[in-house]
Design a protein around this ligand. Structure first.
Ligand SMILES: [Fe+2]
Ligand SMILES: [Fe+2]
Length: 495
């Protein structure tokens, strides 16, 4: 048996043992996997939720479990919105961290849900039978919902407090609540649902029931009745109120309403500041990168036997080919605007490895001997190593990586017969394959101490012949579409 299969079996045995143990103290338990499928439930689970008897099965999506739950519970008015209730139930299933209580089938059910390793979730329920002898609703007329002393105390609170009966009707509210929702007075809220108060707060503002408030109404029902976790609602004037289910007293539920508008405002300001800081940091990185680039360019130029114009021309050839390749639909994954811009910036560093070639070879006014050639051919590796050493250990610079690829790969051949590594085809980075052609074209049409310049036509002819031998065939195709542009660049940036 493989290690992971063994771990799974041990895990299942453990879950089963815990489930059985919890049965001993009449605690229901259910485990869901990382895709919200039912993995395990114990006997007590079916006692608390008899609607699942004979229906729940291993692998059943939590969605189906919730559907049965809500079908049994929702009022006829809320039933058409069952899909939204289910969606919110699933969202809550993922985020729930605090225990809460609700009534179900004459039972007060306390539930706790926590994530397990590997994305699983464990839910446990404890239930107690509701005392039936207790009156379900304490009518405000017959008995004060809140004693005078408590009322006085709660009226001093800056946060809104509401007391709801078993059916969700308001039995008492404090002064802060009245002000928060713009109610006429305390009396005007009594025996109303909280939705009514909430709707009124918006209606005053808009005179129509908007789709938004309709949607919110469903959310509110779900949150107030089943969630048990704090949730936010919005009020006119860009205010945000956080509603926290405090505690269930007999049949009543106390909710605290905290105005968190300022907090939310601060939060968004903080996020804005964070974004600005990030932007500044990026700008700074870019600036440092530019600085480093110009230093490297200066070094490259100082030690190159080529002219400064060679660098200006080749980086333009590279960009021209890259843009054409993209227009032809080739290598699209590697040719975003940023990629092309990076290639353009990195191209001047292709021969930076020449810093390591001795003067007598680098500046020799004639053809090189075979031995001298061998030394000369080390420049791609020297360049690659130089750029690698420039890279800051932690900060990965894409620009330097591209420059490294170009420096190390611009003398490789498509057929594998180039140097320094003899890479072939797509093993050679795209930027190096493009650079290879640009560099050769420029060398051919430029005059050197040891050679006359070739005509543009002859250079085009040569490159065409080297398609699939020295050069990437698609890069040659792109070049052939851009020969006029190459000619113009060569003329514009003559030595
Ligand atoms: Fe080179
Ligand atoms: Fe070059």
């Amino acid at each position: 048996m493989s290690k992971s299969a063994l771990a799974l079996r041990v895990n299942r045995q453990l879950i089963r043992a815990i489930g059985d143990t919890l049965d001993g103290v009449k605690t229901a338990m259910c485990v869901f996997d990382d895709q919200d499928r039912t993995v395990f439930w114990n006997r007590s689970f079916l006692n608390v939720f008899p609607e699942h008897v004979g229906k729940v099965f291993e692998g059943e999506p939590y969605r189906d479990n919730l559907r049965r739950f809500y079908l049994a519970r929702l009022s006829p008015a809320d039933l058409p919105n069952i899909e939204q209730f289910i969606k919110m139930g699933i969202d809550r299933h993922h985020s729930q961290m605090r225990p809460y209580s609700f009534d179900h089938r004459d039972q007060r059910v306390h539930v706790s849900s926590l994530p397990l390793p590997n994305g699983q979730r464990l839910r446990v329920w404890n239930s107690e039978r509701l005392a039936r002898s207790e009156p379900l609703v304490i009518a405000p007329q017959s008995k004060a919902a809140v004693s005078d002393e408590t009322a006085e105390l709660l009226d001093r609170l800056p946060d809104g407090v509401m007391l709801c009966d078993h059916d969700g009707m308001l039995k008492w509210v404090n002064q802060a609540f009245v002000e928060m929702y713009g109610c006429q007075d305390k009396q005007a809220c009594l025996n109303r649902s909280f939705f009514y108060v909430y709707d009124q707060a918006w209606l005053k503002e808009q005179n129509v029931e908007t789709q938004a408030t309709k949607t919110t109404r469903v959310d509110l029902t779900e949150q107030l009745n089943f969630s048990g976790t704090p949730f936010d609602i919005t009020l006119p004037g860009q205010r945000t109120v956080r509603i926290i289910t405090q505690k269930v007293v007999h049949q009543d539920t106390v909710y605290t309403h905290v105005d968190v508008s300022e907090l939310e405002l601060q939060k968004s300001l903080l996020l804005q500041t964070q974004a600005q800081l990030l932007e500044l940091a990026n700008q700074r990185t870019l600036y440092l990168e530019e600085q480093m680039l110009s230093t490297l360019n200066a070094i490259a130029l100082a030690r190159d036997n080529e002219t400064g114009q060679h660098i200006l021309r080749t980086q333009r050839y590279v960009k021209t080919i890259a843009l054409r390749l993209r227009a032809m639909g080739h290598y699209l994954d590697e040719l975003s605007d940023t990629d092309i811009d990076t290639m353009f910036k990195a191209a001047p560093l292709h021969d930076i490895g020449k810093v390591g070639i001795p003067d007598n070879i680098l500046l020799k006014p004639g053809r090189l001997t075979e031995d001298e050639w061998l030394v000369m051919k080390t420049h791609p590796i020297i360049g690659e190593n130089t750029l690698a050493a420039t890279k800051h250990e932690k900060e990965h610079s894409h620009l330097l990586t591209v420059a490294q690829n170009i420096a190390g790969g611009h003398h490789e051949y498509w057929n594998g017969e180039g140097y320094p590594r003899g890479l072939r085809g797509l093993q050679i980075p795209l930027e190096a394959r493009i650079m290879a052609l640009a560099d050769v074209y420029d060398a051919l049409v430029s005059e050197r101490v040891y050679k006359k310049h070739w005509t543009h036509e002859r250079a085009v002819q040569f490159i065409t012949e080297k398609k699939e031998i020295q050069f990437d065939p698609l890069v040659v195709d792109a070049f052939l579409c851009e020969t006029n542009a190459f000619y113009e660049i060569a003329e514009a940036f003559k030595d």
